[in-house]
Design a protein around this ligand. Sequence first.
Ligand SMILES: NC(=O)c1ccc[n+]([C@@H]2O[C@H](COP(=O)([O-])OP(=O)(O)OC[C@H]3O[C@@H](n4cnc5c(N)ncnc54)[C@H](OP(=O)(O)O)[C@@H]3O)[C@@H](O)[C@H]2O)c1
Length: 293
Amino acid sequence: MILVTGATGTVGRPLVSALRDRGVPVRALVRNPRNLPAEWDAGVEPVTADLSDPASLAPALAGVDAVYLLTPVHPDAEQQQRHVIDAAVQAARPRVVLHAAVGLGRPDVTPVRFFAAHAAGLDQLNATGLDWTALAPNGFWQNYRGMAESLRAGTLALPAGDAAVSYVDARDVAETAAAVLTGDGNDKAVLEVTGPEALTHDQIAARIGAALGHDVTYRALTPDQAREGMLAAGMPAWQVDGLVELHGMYAAGEAATVADTVPRLLGRPARSLEDFLRDHAAAFRAAPGDDRR
Ligand SMILES: NC(=O)c1ccc[n+]([C@@H]2O[C@H](COP(=O)([O-])OP(=O)(O)OC[C@H]3O[C@@H](n4cnc5c(N)ncnc54)[C@H](OP(=O)(O)O)[C@@H]3O)[C@@H](O)[C@H]2O)c1
């Protein structure tokens, strides 16, 4: 039995499906059992728990052989992750596949608060002696769905400088995770998960424009311009500062490595930006204000 946390999210949802499709018993940790994804069937066992409530985690971990440990981008993520690892130690000491992010284990990379929990989780896993593997994906193309309205208006505005980024499709992260969870090897390995190429944001804007059928121009914001805009839009300060740090890391060229993990483990190329845009065409062509499709 494999437990997936963050099971209703961008990576967790396709991961649950990928495990079910492989015929593996999968338990999906959810906060609200009334909101189960429509595609889950008898092959998926939902369990209700909250990562912030340690007492709720023991039933979720019972009888589990492996855990995909994904915590949300949240100020309490480190504590939530600690609760799961503690529960794993109290249970049958399952293998833990830690969902982390680009930069894990690389001291040369600019610290990003969103990812601080992952490094702490790795330290805790090493201290417990549990078997572990970590996935370190780059930024997801799926983040661009939240910028659909601005892209439709012809602008990609980010504080990301001129360096290239090897963004990855979150579906490839999920399928790679399924391969790691169901396969042997990769013990104590940090696997970088990236797309097939690194693109500058000028190149990204041009390719999105080609897919949308009109010009899209990249505008490199300064960190202060970006911060001001996000705060004015009502975003919490912690999240604003994290996004500025993240794009600073991109601008420093620290997220440009192209890894072979997806082709190596899945036997096919990683999805391209064009693949992502084709499969999410409805979201990018939707009426303004309806970016979630
Ligand atoms: N976005 C990126 O570009 C990127 C790149 C690399 C790494 N990452 C890492 O990926 C992770 C986020 O993955 P994601 O984008 O798939 O997440 P997501 O789409 O934001 O989904 C978050 C998931 O966590 C669940 N959740 C939130 N709070 C919870 C709680 N207290 N107890 C139980 N479940 C809770 C949510 O459940 P509900 O349905 O109940 O809300 C949802 O299933 C973070 O660790 C981030 O650092 C992100």
